[in-house]
Design a protein around this ligand. Sequence first.
Ligand SMILES: NC(=O)c1ccc[n+]([C@@H]2O[C@H](COP(=O)([O-])OP(=O)(O)OC[C@H]3O[C@@H](n4cnc5c(N)ncnc54)[C@H](OP(=O)(O)O)[C@@H]3O)[C@@H](O)[C@H]2O)c1
Length: 294
Amino acid sequence: MPERWLLTGGTGQVGQALRRNPPSGVEIVAPSRDQLNLADLPPLAPVLTGIDAVINCGAYTTVDRAESEPEQAYAINATAPGRLASAALVAGIPIIHVSTDYVFPPDGVGPWSEDQTAAPGNVYGASKLAGENAVRASGARYAVIRTAWVISADGSNFVKTMLRLGAEREELQVVADQIGTPTHAGDLAGAIGAIALRFTNDAAQHSGIWHCANAGETSWYELAEDVFTRAARRGMAVPRQVKPITTAEYPTPARRPSDSRLNCSKLTKDFGISLRPWQGAVEQIVAELASEGT
Ligand SMILES: NC(=O)c1ccc[n+]([C@@H]2O[C@H](COP(=O)([O-])OP(=O)(O)OC[C@H]3O[C@@H](n4cnc5c(N)ncnc54)[C@H](OP(=O)(O)O)[C@@H]3O)[C@@H](O)[C@H]2O)c1
């Protein structure tokens, strides 16, 4: 009998990647927002009947808008994961919950380990931390997987925004004083699948938080430069100039960590998983978009 996993956020970057490549022997059940609204969840016992694990990739992810919509952000990022985890406890199944580097403070120094104190500097990060805490307090077996700077050929993300703007403008200005670890949605989905399988197949697998990102580090500016170098090689439209600017020169409603690099060594130690360097992920995305004619 195949395992059946309930996936929220199946239309998002990470959810789409997991649906496209589920682990072998796993059937993904991915209700849409209309069928399972995280802002207004129905009773969950019937939803979890016949389900072996909950994978919570659904989230309120518009970081700047969260500053003016905290109720929505908390409903989806904090209350819903708590409800899903409590229902998972009752059903006797594990929950794999995806969280973020933005739980770390705006002015701290990474790479961040799982045991370092979270202190979010914006509403989105605070709502995600509240979600982690609700999952941890539920009593269910859980994995909280924090990731960062998710990129893919799907949905909206930094790589796609750069290619769109780069095709429209002669010059782009990109923040150079925020550093982090980009993460390919497909690589992350592979890790989520392996972790979830460990939880469903090994009752002794302990709960915890794990960081998961591609290897290496970069700034938004360097990432943009890398994207355009690869795009130009494939004949895609790129700007004439990319100019590094400071965060102060590009004010946004939400304050972001200046250093959100994640230390992922615990993931390697506990699950034998290490993701490839981020440059390979960018190459794959640019190649996919070039072949689609984007
Ligand atoms: N993107 C990043 O850079 C980043 C960085 C760190 C951590 N993360 C975390 O990684 C996880 C996956 O992110 P992602 O990039 O895949 O997100 P995404 O592409 O923005 O997708 C978000 C998903 O959540 C769903 N969703 C939002 N509100 C919902 C609601 N009220 N009811 C049901 N579904 C709802 C969306 O459905 P619709 O299609 O219907 O809107 C979509 O499927 C999230 O936990 C996020 O916090 C992301």
